[in-house]
Design a protein around this ligand. Structure first.
Ligand code: MN
Ligand code: MN
Length: 494
């Protein structure tokens, strides 16, 4: 067996490689030079930026902490103190603020708008970064608690697009609020700390699953089977019929002071109980619940905080209800964002429609990352890859480009220019093969107000599952991209 002394061979090969590279530069063929000049070649961050591994690892420690907030309300509660520590003040309607002022507006505890006042007049338009802070999950029904065969369960109605079978036999935590008739809000988080219990949806043992295994994946676990196991021990009183249910109701009353009717005025949900973790022996990736779209939200928030003295006023918005179609007063199909911009415009004597017409928006949402296990579902020249940077989507929607903001060539050119001039690595990304399904973002709800908008975001493996995976380098690159967008001084000419 031949023994190779690795240390020597690495040294020799390093010298050899550098000599070869220098020779190759001189002797490039005409075709090679043309290839480099003319053809679009997506690149991996790992090969282009060696220091990026360390930097992105450091950046993502803060991101992993952020991911522990698992609902829109928790993200808002986490972010406001962070903003205050960084000099943000609560926005006061009608007040004029000098350039550089940092402000935030809290809509119903479920949306945040963050602003850095620009040097230019607001009539020149604003630069909007939009992401969403709701994620797919299991919402409690209004009357959730029931007992069957001496076990207590909570009935749910799933929120957003999920593969229902993935949510059984996964440890779940309970999050949300219960609002009493008095108006008092009671916050609930159970299952996130080490001493807490967790919950689960059960599944049938394979030994008895002959019929179940013949069903299609959408029916293996049905919506009505997504019941969360919450108890099995009775309240000891012979006069009571549903003893396990009563015992659970009593525990809830003793801990939170709530009764069964209070579930009617609650927003409670179950989400995966895992903490965010590093993935891979090289620790280059992050695995966690809710990265769609907390990854973009975190990058937007940090870019907004770190953006100093922008030319154009920045508007960073965290939306709710994206996963169910952006409806409701806290979804971007409502007017809360436009009303906020109008409030600022009026204060500075500008006309809203003129401000909107001159504004730009990056709709920051995740994209699907190419997964070789399911390669046939992607079109390989137009999809996104892990570690190739955030992905620009000219359009989303479904077959025939329905239900999407299809960004203009001019807007695409402007975004490319911003990214390239700031050394940001990016890639292009269709969601997947034509006619293979589809997906939407908030982009069309912003562009409908005559705002040039483009979709942009981090590629994700296993999107909408309990454990989504992103690459750390893509996360840091998105932050840098959004900071560059906010600080970019040049005007988009329409
Ligand atoms: Mn989603
Ligand atoms: Mn999303």
């Amino acid at each position: 067996m031949l023994f190779i002394d690795l240390s020597d061979s690495i040294y020799i090969s390093a010298i050899y490689t550098s000599v070869v590279i220098r020779m190759a530069e001189k002797t490039k063929s005409k075709g090679k030079k043309l290839e480099e000049k003319l053809l679009f070649k997506p690149k991996s961050i790992g090969l282009e930026k060696k220091d990026f591994f360390k930097e992105s690892t450091e950046f993502c420690e803060g991101y992993k902490e952020f991911l522990k907030s698992k609902t829109e309300r928790e993200v808002v509660d986490y972010t406001i103190p962070l903003l205050k520590r960084n000099g943000y003040k609560e926005y006061v309607s009608g007040k004029k603020y000098p350039a550089g002022s940092k402000l935030f507006f809290n809509n119903r505890g479920k949306n945040l708008i963050m602003v850095t006042i620009g040097k230019k007049d607001i009539s020149e338009g604003v630069r909007i970064g939009a992401s969403h802070i709701d994620s797919p999950r299991l919402d409690f029904k209004p009357v959730p608690l029931f007992e069957d065969t001496e076990m207590a369960f909570m009935k749910t109605h799933y929120y957003g697009g999920i593969k229902k079978y993935q949510w059984s036999t996964v440890p779940l935590s309970l999050h949300g609020v219960v609002t009493l008739k008095s108006g008092k809000n009671i916050k609930v988080v159970i299952g996130e700390s080490a001493e807490d219990p967790v919950f689960c949806v059960t599944d049938l043992l394979p030994h008895l699953a002959r019929d179940q295994m013949k069903k299609t994946a959408s029916e293996v676990i049905t919506g009505e089977q997504l019941n969360i196991l919450v108890g099995s021990w009775p309240f000891n009183d012979d006069e009571v019929s549903q003893k396990v249910k009563l015992n659970i109701a009593n525990i809830l009353f003793e801990r939170y002071g709530i009764t069964e009717a209070d579930f009617l005025s609650a927003e409670l949900c179950a989400v995966p109980a895992f903490a965010p973790v590093d993935v891979g022996l090289d620790r280059s990736m992050i695995g966690a619940y809710g990265q769609d779209d907390s990854v973009c939200a975190y990058c937007n928030i940090m870019a907004e905080i770190d953006c100093k003295d922008p030319e154009y006023t920045t508007v960073t918005v965290l939306a709710d209800k994206e996963e169910t179609g952006s409806d409701g007063p806290t979804g971007l199909n409502s007017m809360f964002l436009i009303d906020f911009i109008e409030d600022m415009a009026t204060t500075y004597g500008a006309e809203l429609r003129k401000v909107l017409a001159k504004s730009l928006c990056i709709s920051c949402d995740v994209n699907s990352a190419y997964d070789p296990a399911f390669g046939e579902n992607y079109e390989r020249t137009n999809c996104s890859y892990l570690n190739h940077g955030p992905s620009i989507s000219k359009y989303g929607g479904g077959g025939g480009k329905y239900s999407t903001n299809d960004a203009s060539a001019e807007m695409m050119a402007f975004i490319r220019k911003i990214l390239d001039e700031n050394g940001i690595m990016w890639q292009i990304g269709e969601l997947g093969r034509v006619d293979n399904g589809g997906g939407g973002t908030v982009a069309m709800y912003i562009s409908q107000h005559n705002i040039d908008t483009v979709d942009f975001g981090v590629p994700v493996l296993s999107m909408h599952t309990p454990f989504e995976v992103t690459a750390k380098a893509d996360v840091l690159m998105l932050y840098l991209a959004m900071k560059a967008f906010y600080e970019y001084p040049k005007t988009f000419k329409k």
